[in-house]
Write a protein that binds this ligand. Sequence first.
Ligand code: ZN
Length: 314
Amino acid sequence: MLQDVGRMLSRRDEFVDVACPACGTHERTLRFRKYGLTYWACARCAMVYTSPRPSPATLDWFYRGSVNYAYWHRHIFPQSEQARRTRIVVPRVTRFLDICRRFGVTGGSCLEIGAGYGTFCQELHSRGVFSRIVGIEPTPDLAAHGRASGLEIIEQRFEEVSFAENARFDAVAFFEVIEHIFSPREFLERCRHALKPGGVLVLTCPNIEGFDVMALGPLSDTVDVEHLNYFNPRALKLLLDTCGFELVGVETPGELDAELVRKKALSGEYPLDEQPLLRKILIEDWDRLGGTFQAFLKEHGLSSHLWAGARLRG
Ligand SMILES: [Zn+2]
């Protein structure tokens, strides 16, 4: 991971300055610095974003040569696929289908952008709701793996794919993608062309107003060189609005915030000496209060794991 940080920073001279990726405002205040990068908070919508940031060409170079991803693809994903399926993908598919149902989408076609290993598409297929499921995955090894599992995979970058008007989708999903994108606006505008009018868009991303990011700031592992965009619900709504979508539902069903902060406290990285309330909840009375505290965060939009469901205006 640190090798990747070094690679990214080696191209820093080519980084480009940007305004707020959600609302386009230039006014901003410094939120923090990490890895030599600058994280700003937008004065209008409170989104946090890096600027200057790597251009799309630099990002493409970065991901193609990523040491960290190569390691994950070779070692972590194959060995953890079953656990990831059970603990991450099965609940993800259930929640996704629940959102689709609420939007009135109960069949037809579905597109996943960034299909990776294809586990989501496979699991979705097994539920029998959509008659056509397509994954976009530009990484050759991953695309081959998906196809070998019987999936329909488009082996191109999303930016290169064109969607014929008669082949648009009822639902489009992407998980933990938008925080990596140079221009979320251009990305969502492309999503618009992939969807039928009234179609549903479902995404997940980190929530900058979530507990672990708010508490830990730059110490949070969510803050890394690959994540350029840190949305909050309001910023996401502003952006979706101007891209032709109506944001209908936001939830923060994350389970890990309290545990992540607790681990940083236990390791000494985030001392709680001057925060007796957090020390009580996260350390001293953890067994009794930890679960209830996390449930409170989830319920009140304060988890760092955000789900959004939006509808393409007809
Ligand atoms: Zn903004």
